[in-house]
Design a protein around this ligand. Sequence first.
Ligand code: ZN
Length: 137
Amino acid sequence: MVAMTREPGFREEPSLLQALEQALHVVEADVRATGLDGPVGLILNDRDEYAHAVYQGGGSGSTTGIHPADASDPVYVLVAVADDLQNSIMHILWGTVWPVCPAHNLGAHAREHEGAAVWWCNGPGGHVIAPIGHWNG
Ligand SMILES: [Zn+2]
């Protein structure tokens, strides 16, 4: 292995971990607003290179996770946590699409839109369903 400089990890940089925890708290509001009552949490990888936002303790194996650099941007960290938690929920609740656009019955996508972190629907024309953390259950 070649030694190389790497970005500080979540354990090395408490402010990044704090940003991650705050983002999870925001996204958790959407989990509750859509009627899911299982616990949400964070798992840090052993080498502190990435973290996963998980529902009911697991189910995120296929994502690349949330990287420390993601957590330094207040919008992107919400998108990254929402995307990762979405993956976990859909894995744990197999066959379930979460969250779903109430207007079009299509799965929502976490993304940045006009400087805000939102749930986006790819229905006709595409539209914002709700800001992340403000799902209208
Ligand atoms: Zn829609």
